[in-house]
Design a protein around this ligand. Structure first.
Ligand code: FMN
Length: 224
């Protein structure tokens, strides 16, 4: 039995009274999950919609708590409480074998909501450790490993891929790829991108249809 962790981050719902407003990234991710669950109904499934329910931004107290050794953590108000939600999110990541993250492109990167989730889980001695004796590169190393990561993105424009006309503006997938090591998914990262939403033309319809097909076929392959 495996555990599937699914993080959505669009502020739009998957289904709206006007379907033109439906989140594209959430619907592509949903296609992946439905296919997976048909093949492996016994698998555990953890879902978070950080677009609708954003994690708190980290704070000075949060950082203070992170860098206080467990035996010295203060109470009350306890530093453990400050980190409780972060602990929960990290436990979900640690338990997962497969992590699916869906993200819209907002201002050429990820939504602040998703960045807030990453800030809560990229934590010293939980998801990475730091040792200067390893030298300049890399003093910082991931702790988790062996996970499969699937990234689903949707953008209004197009051409953010390597060699594309907006390659230098595409900070969403590269940022997610950089952070993937802290999720334990550095070796197996799959990307599914839907583009052209702002053009609303045939290219958009084809791009979304291809992304949905790819989500279905990838879920089928990975859940065999
Ligand atoms: C606040 C905001 C910022 C956006 N910024 C960009 C952008 O920088 N580049 C782009 O290609 N599309 C941008 N878009 C378009 C979205 O990426 C596009 O609508 C995408 O489909 C949203 O994902 P969703 O359908 O899952 O909600 C932006 C949309 C919003 C609402």
């Amino acid at each position: 039995m495996s555990t599937l962790l699914h993080i959505d981050s669009s502020v739009r719902a998957a289904n709206n009274p006007n379907p033109d407003h439906d989140s594209i990234s959430k619907n592509i991710a949903r296609r992946f999950i439905e296919t997976w669950q048909q093949n492996r109904p016994e698998d555990d499934y953890i879902y978070r919609d950080v677009g609708m329910n954003p994690p708190d931004f980290i704070s000075q107290d949060w950082i203070g708590a992170v860098f206080t050794p467990p035996e010295q953590k203060r109470s009350p108000p306890t530093q453990r409480e400050t980190l409780a939600f972060s602990d929960t999110l990290i436990a979900e990541v640690a338990k997962a074998d497969v992590i699916l993250i869906s993200s819209p492109m907002y201002n050429y990167g990820m939504p602040a909501h998703l960045k807030a989730w990453f800030d809560q889980i990229v934590r010293i001695d939980k998801t990475f450790d730091f040792d200067l004796s390893r030298g300049d590169f890399p003093p910082l190393q991931p702790i988790l490993s062996g996970k499969t990561l699937i990234i689903v993105t949707s953008s209004g424009e197009f051409g953010f891929e390597k060699g594309g006309i907006r390659e230098t503006s595409g900070h969403l997938a590269p940022h997610l790829r950089t952070l993937s090591k802290y999720l334990g998914g550095v070796d197996t990262v799959y990307e599914i991108a839907a583009e052209y939403q702002e053009f609303g033309d045939e290219r958009h319809r084809t791009s979304v249809a291809n992304a949905r097909d790819r989500a279905e076929s990838l879920a089928g392959k990975l859940s065999e």
